[in-house]
Design a binder for this molecule. Structure first.
Ligand code: GAF
Length: 384
């Protein structure tokens, strides 16, 4: 990074390299903005940044992935451009919102987390950049303050009304572990990730429908609407603050009172929460086949009830079932992106080859396949 920085900015970076990883969510999809449980891992694909302070009111940011240099007037930060720079700009706006100051800078971003594949390249970028700013400008932000700042940047500036899972795991992830995160209390339990003789294989469709009518935000508001209807009609004995508080018994009652689409959304959230508990338990007991069954169930629910899958994702999950591997499901927000697969160690190469062949045959697109391992969350390392 040192050399790249010199090449782009003609000087040396100050301080350290800040790295933050992407993530794979094992299970618990679209539960994090409903106060539910999630079970993500940080993966061994990082975004790294390094920077130096300058004596003007300009922020210069270079991204190696996009091979683009962007300049930002620090006195006029309020306008999103709907490009990757919004993540950086959003962080700066949120820092100021908190009454904290920074000066001009040069910043280099080097990321190996693929963009748009559901592996949370955005949270990795936000956490790495926020950590670098925090140190360089002595902002004094700690743990949850920093995680929340990054989530706010995404919610307020980028306009994606996401939950907190991605930033949380990119910050707190641990090698060899998954985190069972309770998104209501914001506490987590560490779960040993013993996959036995299985590997976690990601297949990225490279197709993203994410921006079609902003469907992620639509799902989130449908959940809010369902909560309002349930509370407004006193359908349940107590007022709820989040859909995840609904028990499976209460869910059966709601079937007769909630409109179909809203019921489907609620049903996914309530049952997905239970599946998270199931997967955490089965992982602890090293029952990989059982984990896999819940992966398939989760995908079915995301496809049929929550309606966030895509034909490409469904094709790959069907392929996984027919191959067969013990478990597969879409991971992340959906509407494209990637699936995760539990694949027996000795079959990884063959599986990837066959899945690629089948996908190319069907869609004329070459998917990106890779094995991922769990890794530590955000770290600072000295400049080499
Ligand atoms: C995206 C969001 F950023 C997360 O907060 C989460 O809602 C996820 O989609 C779906 O589980 O990654």
């Amino acid at each position: 990074m040192f050399d790249q920085f010199q090449e782009v900015f003609g000087g040396v970076p100050e301080g350290d390299v800040y790295r933050a990883p992407g993530r794979v969510n094992l299970i618990g999809e679209h539960t994090d903005y409903n106060g539910g449980l999630v079970l993500p891992i940080a993966i061994d694909m990082d975004t790294c940044v390094c920077m130096r302070e300058t004596a003007n009111d300009i922020g210069c940011v270079y991204s190696t992935s996009f091979d683009q240099l962007a300049t930002m007037d620090l006195n006029d930060l309020d306008h999103p451009s709907n490009t990757w720079t919004d993540y950086v700009q959003g962080i700066m706006v949120e820092i100021r919102e908190r009454g904290k100051q920074f000066r001009g800078f040069d910043l280099l971003i080097d990321s190996e987390v693929p963009v748009g594949s559901g592996l949370s390249s955005s949270a990795a970028l936000e956490i790495a950049v926020a950590n670098a700013f925090n140190d360089m400008f002595d902002l004094g932000l700690v743990d949850l303050q920093l995680i929340r700042l990054c989530q706010s940047a995404e919610n307020n500036f980028v306009g994606a009304h996401t939950g907190i899972m991605d930033q949380y795991i990119s910050y707190h992830g641990l090698a060899g572990k998954a985190l069972l995160l309770n998104t209501k209390e914001l506490v987590h339990e560490v779960i040993e990730l013993e996959l036995d003789d299985f590997q976690l294989v990601v297949i990225d469709t490279t197709v993203s429908h994410e921006h079609e009518n902003n469907q992620y935000n639509v799902r989130r508001s449908e959940c809010e609407q369902a909560l309002e209807v349930i509370n407004g009609n006193d359908f349940l004995p107590e007022q709820l603050t989040a859909l995840s508080q609904i028990s499976t018994e209460q869910l059966s009652f709601l079937r007769s009172v909630l409109e179909g689409r809203l019921f489907d959304r609620v049903s996914h959230v309530v049952n997905e929460n239970q599946r998270v508990i199931g997967v955490a338990d089965f992982l602890t007991q090293e029952k990989i086949e059982k984990v896999g069954e819940l992966f398939y169930e989760s995908h079915r629910s995301l496809k049929n009830l929550y309606e966030v899958s895509s034909k490409e994702l469904d094709f790959l999950v069907d392929f996984a079932r027919d191959y067969p591997v013990p478990g597969a499901r879409m991971t992340g927000g959906g509407f494209g992106g990637a699936i995760i697969n539990l694949v027996p160690e000795g079959k990884v190469e063959d599986y990837i080859q066959q899945a690629t062949f089948a996908f190319e045959n069907e869609f004329n697109i070459t998917p990106k396949c890779f094995v991922v391992n769990s890794s530590d969350g955000a770290r600072v390392k000295p400049m080499a």
